[in-house]
Design a protein around this ligand. Sequence first.
Ligand code: DGT
Ligand code: CA
Ligand code: CA
Ligand code: ZN
Length: 583
Amino acid sequence: MTDPTNTEIAAALDQLGDLYELDGAVIHRIVAYRNGAKAAREASTSVSQLAREGRATELPGIGSTLQEKILALAETGEIPALEKLRAKFPPGLVEMTKLPGLGPKRARRLYEELQIDSLASLRAAAQEERIRALSGFGAKAEEQLLAALDAYEASGPQTRTVLNKALAVGEELLQAIREHPATVRAEFAGSARRMAESVKDLDIVATASDPAALARAAVELAQVEAASNPGENAVRLRTHAGLNVDLRIVEPDQFGNVLQHLTGSKEHNVALRDFAVRRGLHISEYGVLDDATGITHRCPTEQEVYALLGMAYIEPELRENRGELEAALEGKLPELITLADLKGDLHAHTTASDGTASIEEMALAAKGFGYEYLAITDHSASMGFGADVSDDQLRRQIELVRRADVEIDGIKLLAGSEVNIFPDGLLDYPDELLAELDWVVASVHTSFRMNAKEMTERVIAAIEHPYVDCIGHLTGRKIEQRRAYELDFEAVAAAAARTGTMLEINANPDRRDLNELHARAASAAGVQIVINTDAHRVGGFAVARYGVATARRAWLTPGQIANTRPWAEFAPLRCRVRHESGS
Ligand code: DGT
Ligand code: CA
Ligand code: CA
Ligand code: ZN
């Protein structure tokens, strides 16, 4: 049989924790299973494999008892203790314990005394007023349980949505709201406005000539699958894709206050509130109350909110409590890069590897997107695509790109490659061939499961190669799917700075790799950053906005991003040019 994945192991350990809790086990035992689940979920290598080797105990939070259980799961497909507890408690009962206000002890009493064993039977019992007879439960508790059930069912499973998926439906919805005749203005708030990597839900703030009419109309929009009862000035929508959207409709003179409050982040708002209190001001979504005068200032714009605190306007992407309040007070906020600043893309694929378009099609698409230069960087031979780029094929590809460059006006084409970095740090092509290219991106695509030391050496070996100009998607993470591999980031950034090797912010919304913290640290360490789309099709350049968003969340200015420069200024920054000119 195949080994259980780390996710499956984590789920089994979490269930054990939940069931032991129902069973009334001592708290440290329950916590031990939850910690073990977390360790399994976050482990970078196969936990089944580790358990077989007797080494799962090297993971933080996994002792010999848990290792035995993992081994049983790997070898027999089940954990005896888990099967025993599952036989004792129905699955719906575990779900009941997750309801706010219920918990395992009370859930278990409902099960033993009223045979309630699922969310559905709980709802029925509350509606039929059968629960109030139980000591410690009363009519009020029934009411609260029904409200909790409504909220639980409306929110669905707690997962985060990668930003581009959320915006795909969210931007349609926002557009539809803006087009309603009662709407005056409508904007995203929350994590979507801050361009975070993923969102729990979307938040929209609007002003309207007839708020209740807008709230009612929002429920009827084509994108909406279900909704709460629309109130006078708020409604919660659920899209067909299962994404929740909070719509708030506010008075125009409070629009700035509410937009600021609901944009967050929570951490930014908490710090802002603390700062305001020290100045005798009380900041809330309703306004800014001046303790001295008792006057509440209502702000139509966010600029006015920040101005009342003596601060410059803070861009939403910076609102994470990472030093932006101090910078806003001192007038030291960065002039953030925008999409319009980008002049070229240094990472794109064609049908020569796994792309869907030709060199010409990609060139015209990049030009149409407003770029002045584009590197064609198909994967190297070892990726094993049908149309591998072998040494000879790469030579031909160089010719094709050079010819296309002559034939197509208005965009400079670079003959490049995205070369695999093998586990030993070696590259896929001989140096003479790499030297013939205009540009080389080197990336890790295989053997992610190395320890930090080995992976760091592997990447630094590529960084030190004279013909590697840039490292692609450095950490290999996929947002909400795959963790970054282990790596000593500081050592990598230092090597990149020392050799002049650029680090990419891969703009693919599932990657955004470098992430914002790495990008900020790398740039501070003196690394040249490039924002690349890694486009695999003509529409692929559109994701540049997510790379720009990560750069903005990293506080970066146009001057800190290499591909904001025109080609004549970008060209000499390449490692190969520096290498060949001996500097
Ligand atoms: P998300 O939805 O998890 O991706 O992230 P947000 O930031 O959109 O969070 P959400 O939707 O729960 O709330 C929207 C904003 O409302 C949040 O960014 C700041 C504000 N907010 C929510 N809860 C609190 C709170 O407990 N304290 C403060 N100061 N602000 C809050
Ligand atoms: Ca939100
Ligand atoms: Ca929300
Ligand atoms: Zn690529």
